[in-house]
Write a protein of this length. Sequence first.
Length: 428
Amino acid sequence: MRRRSILGTSLAVVVAMGVAACGGGDSGEGSDTLRITLVNHVWTENLKKALPEFEKQSGLKVEVTQLGEDQLSDQYNVKLNAGSSDIDVMMYRPLQEGKLFAENKYLADLTDRTKSDSAFEFGDFQPGPVQATTYEDKVVGVPIITEQEVLYYRKDLLEKSGFTAPPKTLDELKAQAAKVEADNPGVAGFVARTGKAAAVTQFSSFLYSFGGDFVDAGGKASVNTEQAKQAYAYYGGMLKDHGPENISTDMSWSEAMAIFTQGKAAFYTEANSLYKNATDPAKSKVADTVGFAAFPAGPAGSKPYNIPSWALGVNDASENKDNAWKFIQWAAGKEQSLVQQKAGVPGARASVWANPEATSTYPKDLAEATTVSTANGVGHDRPLVVKVAEARELVGQPIVDAITGKDAAASADAANEAFQKFLDDEAK
């Protein structure tokens, strides 16, 4: 099979954690030293605090390599492509490089382990995230960190305009945004990401809620279906008609969030993982008035994304797979998942979300909105391809065109043709 390379931009800088390396050789099956590569993340910091407990419990020594995202890609590019066995467990992004890793056979097949391990209860993981860590019906990863799209809104502005509850449908969102905007000169009714690639992830929930997707059941491009065209027209139209004045078409989450937290917009759809930017008084002028609601329903219902931003996989070249699985059993088990979620890192276990203790540190309405998202969520927020960045550029063009008042339907037709060619080329 032709192996595709991973993009990396800088040299890896390794941060090893307080344990001895295993003498320079590959860790053999049953070796008591386990080599784990993790990204810089709150999840990793929380896990490191608990690692001594796992080492004591398991009798294993854990050697951690902790890297920034760019360095992580760089290390994987070198080691996985070379078939190196000195990584046992790896933290990876299922929607960014998951298909590439699976296609290149970097990820071990965990299907039998997940099925036979009744104590681990793999059925407890939500379907959306599991879909993203499955490749050709094989489980190749275990989701550990999730994100869902929710509606951020200003409670004070809704109350001023006579609304007693946030919008439950996209039609209501449009109506409320227009009314609040009319009642508050200088305040936009709606804000969201506008950048061609950056907007794709948040636009995806609109696409699904209109009944569309990036590809159809047969794997063909489907961004020019009637449902997709309606979603592009709605998302772009909301920003064109009710967005901030002189809106730019290169906003990512940070720029859109800044508009919302400066009090310049009534509604904002975004990942729940970013909520502290809106509720922290040090970062937000409207911290005391921010509310959260489930993603509004479209013609196909409320179908926001529910994705795993990070997962754990086992290097297929590892000679220590049994112990690698022991680590995943612990790190993605119910106990650690609860600890992580209480610390503000949303996980993928349904039982943990159902535990009031797990959401006790979240705003109550955010926890409720997220619960809806996890129940109805779709497991991807971008096309499931190898060259993700290129695909996002292609399917994101109609978003920009709709915002700037161009013909969104014609743009969707052009994007679909280009995206299909992309899919055909990638399949070669």
